[in-house]
Design a protein around this ligand. Sequence first.
Ligand SMILES: [Zn+2]
Length: 173
Amino acid sequence: MDPLKDHTIEFTGLKDGQHEFQFVLAQPFFDASGEEEWQGGHVKVDVTLDKSTSLLVAHMKAAGEVKMHCDRCDGPLDFHVEGEQRQIFSLTGGEDTDDDELVSLDDRAHSINLTHYIYECLRLAIPIRHVHAEGQCDPEVEQVLRKLIVEHEPTPDPRWAVLKDLQNKERNS
Ligand SMILES: [Zn+2]
């Protein structure tokens, strides 16, 4: 995703050592993410930036809620996400490596932008199938789903067979 200017850290003025930053991801982030399923949300990202003469190490910790739709009942779902990601930037230039975790910065670079890495962190933290917790789905849809299962399930749940037996007995009695 394209960098958002909120996530730019000017590092040239920073002393060697640890620096803390906090970002809050809100609507503009989710709109810009290009992920259709992410409809909004509120996620805090704590960044610890370790600066030394040759490296910048960014530890990102994301926690919060992403607004999505439930894959089971299609109702609105505030999905709780927690994720962590580390990204290393080399300040001494050098060869680009195959290592995704290590990015070589240009000699003239004076800032880094973390939008892409924060996005990756969230993407990894959200499973492909996201559903409400047990019993939290839309009750109306739940009822319909239950009926569908009864009518179309090729191997019926034995519990339903017992229920049907009971119903038949009632009808016949
Ligand atoms: Zn649901």
